[in-house]
Design a protein. Sequence first.
Length: 410
Amino acid sequence: MRTQHLGMVLLALASAGEAQLNALAKRAGKLYFGSATDNGELSDTAYTNILKSEFGSTTPGNGQKWQYTEPNRGQFSFSNGDVVANFAATNNLILRCHTLVWHSQLPSWVSSGSWTQAQLTSIIETHIANVVAHYKGKCYAWDVVNEALNEDGSWRDSVFSRVFGGGNFIPVAFKAAAAADPAAKLYYNDYNIEATGAKQAAAANIVKLVKSSGARIDGVGMQAHLIVGQMPSAASLAATMNSYLSAGATEVAYTELDIRHSSLPASSAALKQQGDDYARITQACLALKACVGITIWDYTDKYSWIPGVFPGQGAALLWDDNLQKKPAYTSVSSVLAAAATGGTNPPPVSSSTTLITSATSTTTGGGTTQPTGCTAKKYDQCGGEGWMGCTVCASGSTCKVSNQWYSQCL
């Protein structure tokens, strides 16, 4: 009976033209299920049709990085970053903005400069103030600092760590980002911090460092560039996320998920294993209320970064090179649907992400009842069948229907 119910939910969403992965994720208590994208890919109509129909958020793969936004000191350009930002706005997708301070893809004027700490502080502050101000109100979150750690948890060598003698540039960046957009969630983002270990412990210490400086940090982004059959245990995934919350973060997310095959072509057994591995990550996020969502690092092997960096490896995503769904897609959608329909081990939920299992509603206006004097913040739930929370959105946002069960302030 449960399988029949799950199948009916999938069929109903598909028939209604809903963003299936995203709609299921939201019904299961998550804020979004998203995909990264890049400017060139948006000219591929078949690709963008899937991006719009399946996902509820997107991340610009490159266009908001320093080399594009401030190629020369004091000269800002947003034409590259605006492409994905405008696509997100046009298609009602949440925008995760990426990234402000990173050792890579820096213009040479930054990376090769002989700066004092005061000079580099001013450069960071000016860069962030201008870039974040340009996108103010458009970004759900910013990856403020990206990949500041080595695998052993020490500070990665960069112009920033050299000038500051370690990681003290990080609070500078977070203070500047918070000042430029008080509403955006501010993240530290890195790879190989999904499982317990030295690098994970160092990432938790970054949260403490930022907070001890008096700056705001909201989340930790776990990139999750993983390998089929070499997955962290469920216990390690859970312990890792909780370590960031214990350090002072209020949310976590999987921000760049892909799970690559170490040899190609992938066998049927390897494809099944890949599906199981994707399911494990999805289940880990579903099990923790503070894990707000999952972003895959583009959704199709056609545009994956992996073959160019790891020759002979790849096929890491949910769709193949021909935009056909792979077994991993079925695994992810089934896990989400089971949670969305109250299946085994559904995720805990809060008042802003209530699961509705009833098929009927005694209220009108989309099934909502507004408590007196209640205003929902931007990106919070504001309606849906059986919803009993706030239905009026804060100034600057509007309650938009995503599906029968979920409306959101956007």
